[in-house]
Design a binder for this molecule. Structure first.
Ligand code: DAK
Length: 259
């Protein structure tokens, strides 16, 4: 992998993996190659039975400053259709394990869209979020107008998308875009604590929770509540549900095996 670094086990923990976007000279601009490597790494971790949660991060300057403008500038619409760039973005949604975006520095354009595609976003107090595509004569193209609007509401999303201006981490927190803001120095430690906590939960239930929460965006509320209830019933087919409830009644810690 040339454009990303995968650390697994992370922090000596076999249940947690970290992927670092690694094109520092161009603020981690998301080239086609980087996106392909990212999806390949995520599928490897998805298929690795011991991995239970994944952290996605960049460096102190940038999570990612967007898609690679140098790669796009002269593209025609047909180039963009035929090179199948969108496929990598669609494949992100196939990952069933929880992905935590740990954002330092810029998360702009596709970088903001990538962070929003993750399941939980935490940010350092240096983070800056924006959809600046309007400043370079285009529009968000990887879910920005949709995920941002659902996260922060129409008026604030319109303001960001139509002006292209950035918001800081505190604003992103106040508006509900990120779950937590930390000092730069402790961002990865906080991300790891979160990843470890999730990794200690019953993996099948974690997967079904992720599915159910995501349905809040895809279905009517009543259909999504039906979907959630079926997932609830389904957990009763797992040994981990029996273990979790028995452990509670026996006043001990559960030992989840993932089945
Ligand atoms: N692409 C390519 N290179 C980039 C880049 C980018 N997005 N962002 C920064 N760089 C490069 C700069 O060109 C510069 O390279 P050198 O000149 O050193 O060779 C280097 O990174 C450092 O950047 P700056 O010199 O500009 O650094 P500053 O601190 O002055 O400014 C900045 C930082 C983040 C404010 C600035 O670099 C900036 O405005 N960057 C562009 C941000 C942007 O417009 N992002 C949106 C791009 S459009 C889709 C999938 C994805 C997308 C769309 C469709 N489908 C699959 C359909 C996404 C689209 C986008 O993200």
């Amino acid at each position: 992998m040339e454009n990303i670094i995968v650390e697994h086990p992370y922090n000596g923990d076999k249940h947690v993996a970290l992927i670092r976007l690694n094109r520092p000279k161009v603020l981690n601009a998301l080239s086609t190659e980087l996106m392909q490597e990212l999806v390949e790494a995520l599928f490897d971790l998805e298929d690795n039975d011991v991995v239970r949660s994944i952290i996605l991060t960049g460096n102190e300057q940038a999570f990612a400053a967007g898609a690679d403008i140098a790669q796009m500038v002269e593209a025609t619409p047909i180039d963009q259709i035929t090179d199948n760039r969108f496929r990598s973005w669609q494949q992100l949604a196939m990952i069933t394990k929880p992905i935590i975006a740990a954002v330092n520095g810029y998360a702009l354009g596709g970088g903001c869209e990538l962070a929003m595609s993750c399941d939980i976003m935490i940010a350092s107090d240096s983070a800056k979020f924006g959809q600046p595509e309007i400043k370079i004569g285009t529009t968000p193209g990887a879910g920005g107008t949709q995920r941002l609007t659902r996260a922060i509401g129409k008026s604030k999303a319109m303001m960001m998308v139509l002006t292209g201006e950035m918001i800081d981490a505190k604003t992103a927190y106040d508006w509900g875009l990120v779950a937590k803001v930390t000092p730069v120095k402790t961002l990865l430690q906080e991300a790891y604590e979160l990843a470890k906590t999730i990794a200690n939960r019953a993996p099948v239930a974690v997967r079904l929770c992720k599915e159910s929460v995501n349905k809040a965006y895809e279905m009517s509320q009543s259909d999504a509540i039906d979907f959630e209830r079926r997932n609830f019933y389904l957990t009763f087919a797992s040994r981990d549900q029996k273990e979790g409830m028995r452990a509670f009644l026996e006043k001990r810690e559960p030992e989840y095996k993932g089945d």
